[in-house]
Design a protein around this ligand. Structure first.
Ligand code: SAM
Length: 338
C-alpha cells in the first residue's frame, strides 16, 4: 500500500485518488425537532459544552481546510445549525477567507425566516431546507412538533433574502410519506424551489432502519413519472449526490439521492467535521481523527493539515451498506452532520 502523504499542504486526497473539496461542518448535535426516523422523543445525550468546538476553533479549522487543503465548498449542518448562537459570525468569518469558499446550510428551516437576511448579508450563498411532508398533521407526527408553518415561512424567507437555489430535501418512508413525492414536486415547482428526494439510510439513533422497508430511488422515480415527464439532465453531475432530471422539459429539475441503491462513493468529494472536532471521511465511517485534541494541545495549522490529510488517506472505497460485515456507525446522523 502507498504511504500516506506527509506534506502539510496540498489537496485532501485518498488512496483511490478521490479529492475532497466539499467540507460539511456540524455546528451542534442538538435539534429543535424530533424526527421519528432520526432521534427519540426525549432527545439524545448531547455533547457537553467543553466538548464542542468554540466559534473561533471552528473558523480556524475551516481556514486550515480552505487555505492549506484545497476545500472550496463549506456546508454547515447539524443537529440544527440555526440554533448555534454564533452562526452569523462563523459564516461571516468563513466568507472572509481567500479564496472565498461557497457557503451553504442544511437546516430544518425553523427560524430561517428571521435569520435568512442576516445570513445572506454576511455571505451565505444557498440553503437546503428539510421538509418531508406538506400535511400538517403528518408533519407534527413525524417531527413531534407542530411547526410546518414555520418551515414554510423559512423557505419563503430564504428565497426572499436572495439565497439561491433554495433546495427542499425530503426523505421518503414507506407508509409514512411515500405517497407525497408528486405533491412535494408540485409544491417545489410552484415556489421555484429545487426538490431532492432522498433514500433513507441506516443512521438513526434507534437503529430501526430496515432495508426491506426503504423506499428506493426506482420507486421514487416511478411515483414522479406517474405525474411528470422526467428527461435526462444535460448538466454534468460531477460529485453531486443527487441524480437530476429535467421536469416536463425543464428548466425546472428534480433530484433523487439514492445513497443506498445507487451509491456514488466513487465520486465522493466530501470530508466532514463534527461539532466536537472530529474529522470523518464518510457518514458511515467508524474511524475519526481528533483535531480538537490536537488543536487544544497547541498544534499549529501545518500539523492540523497533516492530520486531516492522514485521515483522508484512510477513506474507505465505499460506504459498505451492502456488505455482510456492515456496522452502523456509533454516532447517529444528528451527531455526525447530515
Ligand atoms: N437539522 C438540519 C435539517 O433538518 O436539515 C440538518 C441536519 S439533518 C440530520 C440533515 C438531513 O438528514 C435532513 O434532511 C434529514 O431528513 C436527513 N436525515 C436524517 N436521518 C436520515 C436518514 N436515516 N437517512 C437519510 N436522511 C436522513
Amino acid at each position: 500500500m502507498t504511504a500516506a502523504p506527509t506534506t502539510t499542504d496540498g489537496v485532501l486526497v485518498d488512496r483511490y485518488g478521490r479529492v475532497a473539496r466539499d467540507l460539511r461542518v456540524s455546528l451542534t448535535d442538538r435539534c429543535n425537532l424530533r424526527c421519528t426516523y432520526c432521534m427519540p422523543a426525549e432527545g439524545l445525550p448531547w455533547l457537553a459544552g467543553p466538548e464542542l468546538l468554540t466559534d473561533d476553533e471552528i473558523v480556524r479549522l475551516i481556514r486550515v481546510a480552505v487555505h492549506r487543503l484545497g476545500v472550496t465548498e463549506v456546508r454547515f449542518t447539524g443537529g440544527e445549525p440555526l440554533i448555534r448562537p454564533g452562526l452569523v459570525g462563523i459564516v461571516s468569518a468563513v466568507a472572509g477567507l481567500k479564496p472565498r469558499p461557497r457557503i451553504s446550510l442544511t437546516t430544518n428551516g425553523l427560524g430561517l425566516a428571521r435569520l435568512a437576511p442576516a445570513l445572506r448579508a454576511v455571505g451565505l450563498d444557498r440553503v437546503n431546507v428539510s421538509l418531508d411532508t406538506l400535511d400538517r398533521a403528518r408533519f407534527t407526527e413525524l417531527t413531534r412538533r407542530d411547526r410546518l408553518a414555520d418551515v414554510l415561512a423559512g423557505l419563503a424567507g430564504a428565497a426572499a433574502a436572495g439565497l439561491a437555489p433554495v433546495k427542499v430535501n425530503a426523505v421518503l418512508m414507506r407508509g409514512v410519506n411515500d405517497d407525497e413525492a408528486p405533491a412535494l414536486l408540485r409544491f417545489a415547482l410552484a415556489h421555484g424551489y429545487e426538490l431532492r428526494l432522498i433514500e433513507q439510510m441506516p443512521l438513526d439513533a434507534q437503529h430501526g432502519w430496515d432495508r426491506a422497508a426503504m423506499v428506493t430511488a426506482d420507486e421514487i422515480l416511478a411515483a414522479l413519472r406517474a405525474e411528470f415527464d422526467l428527461s435526462e439532465d444535460p448538466a454534468e453531475r460531477g460529485a453531486a449526490p443527487a441524480e437530476t432530471w429535467l421536469v416536463d422539459d425543464g428548466p425546472a429539475r428534480v433530484g433523487v439521492i439514492g445513497s443506498v441503491t445507487r451509491p456514488f462513493c466513487g465520486d465522493c468529494d466530501r470530508t466532514r467535521l463534527t461539532a466536537d472536532g472530529q474529522v470523518r471521511t464518510c457518514l458511515f465511517a467508524n474511524e475519526e481523527a481528533d483535531l480538537r485534541g490536537a488543536l487544544r494541545a497547541g498544534a499549529d495549522d501545518a500539523e492540523l493539515a497533516r492530520r486531516w490529510r492522514g485521515a483522508m488517506w484512510g477513506k474507505r472505497a465505499g460506504h459498505g451498506i451492502d456488505e455482510p460485515a456492515f456496522l452502523q456507525p456509533a454516532r447517529p446522523m444528528s451527531a455526525i452532520g447530515g
